[in-house]
Design a protein. Structure first.
Length: 287
């Protein structure tokens, strides 16, 4: 496990402001209302934005570039159903060796740009033998087993309070918006708890049995650090998992990242319908 490292609040805030300043120089009038984080193999949605402006992470100060297939590494601006949107087309992960404040830098930048809510997506392993690769799951809660929090260290009051409440980490109204769009479009949408592990190795069958006993329905290697950082900053969050494989011990097949990407891409049409409808609803919510 990498060390639980966190920069002093002043340097976190300074890096955040540097990045936001650079974004606004590249994207005139950037004022997104809704943010979306696109996980493994799910980044194609960003290319459908109206008036797309794409900024590579590598062109922005203090933004790490993903080194994992399926994560292109672009901040994408545009509109969906008339709603100004910013998408993270891919993310960096703790298992790549980045300190946690760099892992959540993109999420914090979206918050500083003024988004009111963010939908965080991921590719995940399913723990229920009755589920199938390609299922979509509304995330209702999470279990953080990464051993890391982006709030470790001195608190920066400019970002949020010292002890943010996580009893409703995933906003109920945003989740109901996803359910409503799923009903309208005829897309099956499961619901469950997402467990985050550090990775990068896939879990053992014994670990999967443990996670099931803890109440998890899906497992992955992302999402929770971003959720914590956004809730700390007062941003409402929704979560959506694409079940790209059944977890170790549930499926008899060996797990491969290429299968994860392929399954996620196969659900691109359903994901686009869900996200488009959800953004249209969320963008009209003035809370």
């Amino acid at each position: 496990m990498p060390p639980i490292s966190q920069s002093p609040p002043s340097s976190i805030a300074a890096r955040l402001e540097d990045c936001v300043f650079a974004v606004r120089k590249r994207v005139a009038g950037a004022a997104p209302r809704v943010g979306v984080v696109l996980g493994s193999g799910l980044g194609g949605f960003a290319d459908t934005l109206e008036g797309l402006v794409k900024v590579p992470y590598g062109d922005l100060p203090h933004m790490a570039t993903p080194g994992v297939p399926g994560h292109p590494g672009n901040l994408c601006f545009g509109r969906v159903a008339g709603v100004p949107v910013v998408c993270m087309q891919g993310r960096v992960h703790l298992y790549e060796g980045h300190p946690v404040d760099m892992v959540v830098q993109g999420a914090r930048v979206m918050a500083r740009l003024g988004v009111r809510c963010v939908l965080i997506t991921n590719a995940a392993g399913g723990l229920d033998p009755a589920w199938s690769p390609g299922d979509l799951m509304l995330v209702t809660d999470h279990i953080n087993l990464t051993g890391v929090s982006p709030l470790v260290g001195p608190n920066d009051g400019a970002l949020g309070a010292r002890f943010p409440d996580m009893s409703a980490a995933y906003d109920g109204a945003l989740g109901e918006g996803l359910r409503a769009v799923a009903r309208e479009t005829g897309i099956a949408l499961r619901a469950g708890v997402y467990a985050a592990m550090l990775g990068p190795e896939y879990e053992t069958p014994a670990e999967i049995r443990m996670l099931r006993r803890l109440g998890a329905d899906a497992v992955g290697m992302s999402t929770v650090s971003e959720v914590i950082a956004l809730r700390h900053m007062g941003v409402r969050v929704g979560g959506l998992s694409c079940i790209t494989n059944l977890a170790a011990g549930v499926s008899a097949r060996p797990l491969e990242h290429a299968e994860v990407e392929a399954t996620a891409r196969s659900r691109q049409a359903a994901l686009t319908m869900l996200l488009t409808g959800w953004i249209a609803r969320a963008g009209q919510d003035d809370r």
